[in-house]
Write a protein that binds this ligand. Structure first.
Ligand SMILES: [Zn+2]
Length: 135
């Protein structure tokens, strides 16, 4: 059964592997932790961090700013791993459409995205969204 789940999530994981190869070519490091590949560090990580991203999960590949930050965000990112396992090839389009739907409703693409809300709800320690002002 686990093999079928990995196979179902493979399209998203392949996107993650392509991104991982790119990150590794910019000096990132790779490790296997808790059943996924984790890529951290390097110049691309710095570029993403300056734009507000600490980590991203694409299937069974998680990329982040640093090894320690990945440890902190692991509960949140592993919710996205489970989502990719549930949604399979539809995960990336579903995630993007859910964000677009929120934007069209005048809400925030990221913080109101149901995929993110599920991940924030699962992580009671570090990955809570910041408090936003009411507009
Ligand atoms: Zn997230």
């Amino acid at each position: 059964m686990r093999f079928l789940i990995l196979l179902w999530a493979l399209p998203t994981t392949l996107v993650g592997l392509l991104a991982a190869v790119l990150w590794l070519s910019f000096g990132a490091r790779l490790r296997v932790a808790h059943g996924v590949l984790e890529v951290h560090g390097g110049k691309l990580a710095l570029w993403f961090m300056r734009r507000g991203f600490a980590a991203i999960a694409l299937g069974h590949v998680i990329m982040g700013f640093s090894a320690s930050r990945l440890e902190q965000l692991r509960p949140h990112e592993h919710v996205h791993v489970r989502q990719a396992e549930r949604w399979g090839i539809l995960f990336i389009p579903a995630y993007l459409l859910a964000g677009l739907w929120q934007k069209l409703r005048g809400r925030h693409m990221y913080y109101d995205n149901p995929f993110e809300l599920e991940a924030f709800a699962a992580d009671v320690t570090t990955a809570k969204p910041p408090v936003r002002k009411q507009v």
